[in-house]
Write a protein that binds this ligand. Sequence first.
Ligand SMILES: [Zn+2]
Length: 529
Amino acid sequence: MFWGDDIIDDFLKEYGDEAKKRQLILRDEKTMSGKPHVGSLRSYIMHAVLSDVLTDRGVDNVFHYELNDTDAFDSVPDYVPAEWKEHLGKRLKDVPAPDGKSANYAEQFGKEYSDVLKDSQFNAKYYYVSSKYEAGEFDEYIRLALDHKDEIREIYRTVSGSDKPEGWYPCQVVCDKCGKIATTKVTGWDGKEVEYSCSAEVGDAKGCGHEGKKSPFGGNATMPWKVEWAAKFCVMKVDLEGAGKDHYAAGGSRHVSNRICEEIFKHKHPFDVRHEFILLGGAKMSSSAGVGCTAVDLYNLLPRYLFRFMMIQKEVMKTINFDPEGDTVPVLFDQYDEACRGYFDGGEDVKDHKNRIFELTHFHEKKDLKKLDRFLPRFNHISFFVQMPHLDVSARVEEMKGSALTKTDKEEMNLRVEYAKKWLGDFGPERYVFTVHEEVPGAASELSAEQKKFLGDLATVLEEKDWSGEELHSKIHELKEASGIAPKEIFGAIYVSLLGKDSGPQAGWFLEALDKDFLIKRFKEISNG
Ligand SMILES: [Zn+2]
């Protein structure tokens, strides 16, 4: 069964009657402290998919995605000018935008991120949390938290073992003098106003020494995040909200927030769901300075449907390993192609797990899903075709299909050509990138006498007629059987003599794509040399 249906079955078991009375609410968030990392996509998409599953079952729901702009600015990313250091400790909404155009720091990155999320056509409504604070929607919970600070302290202590000091208040206010929030400490509460001092040193942010008194309401304050998380469940009336499995570990933050929500705020905590992470492989994606470690970079690397497919097909409690320098991208295309073929050619059972994944991948275009029944040229082949000089990709793809390409076939082919070029250019995956050498590569001199003889035989075969890729593939195997040389050495001889390395694209297709006279000359030259 599809993971999203499993979760929604359990959810509706608990919320079934509510679901008939009102719109159900799902929520997730991301702090806009810079360009969001790839990892933030997992949680966003889990919620968005669950929302789609509910919609698909006719259950009214909305998924609210918070762009958090009230957390403190706590480090300057390397793509932001170093002088932004002076703003450390302020709320992200009070930090100027590095681009000089956006309203503030959080909005610059919030817009960049939400533009991509919107483009992915997962369903969500975006909001900045400062708007809720300023509208007074958190006031009731700030008051409850201040009034019940000792009970909250006790929840922290019993659940997570964290001991807050005597005189701790679950609230922070913006300093009237320097505008920072991370550096202030509330020291008293009279039911209307809090006393505070701006004297803490948090990372590189230093308090200005100011002491004052002010109302914590209407956007003047925030709460420590576990208390604030609980308040958000109430303010947004959340029915379902999940989190990474780390938050659910013993003593984890979600257990603290759920208890504060129920015991202090007297509100049922949302239905729990946990998820695994996305792990990045390859040096380029995992280093912070490299190409492509942000959510936006990952998104741009794949066509929309493939991005959606990747995120939907993996069970939420299984890790997604993404290595753009290895096999990840071609394997994903193959998996999608299999799902698509299965959907259109594999029988009537649309409840089948894979068909469900395919439908949700294209959820937004559901009405004309039939249009997606197009010819899917293997991405492996496309990524090889685009590296061949003078090759007519369209003619090759038509040959693979065995009939004329329709308009939709051509669109798909062009899309794959575009993404293959981008992938090869940005990540240069070693196994997939090659150059046909104009002269005999130096490495060819190291080929054995048997390998050279095989190349001579292959040249003779090529002289016979114009072979198709598939025919060449079996011919090479025949020569291999006859010679008794190991497969690795046979194919190695072909690749070394053309590419100067011992691996390359599928040999039959590869040879078919190259100029026949060029190949005969090259193989003879090596075989006679
Ligand atoms: Zn201050």
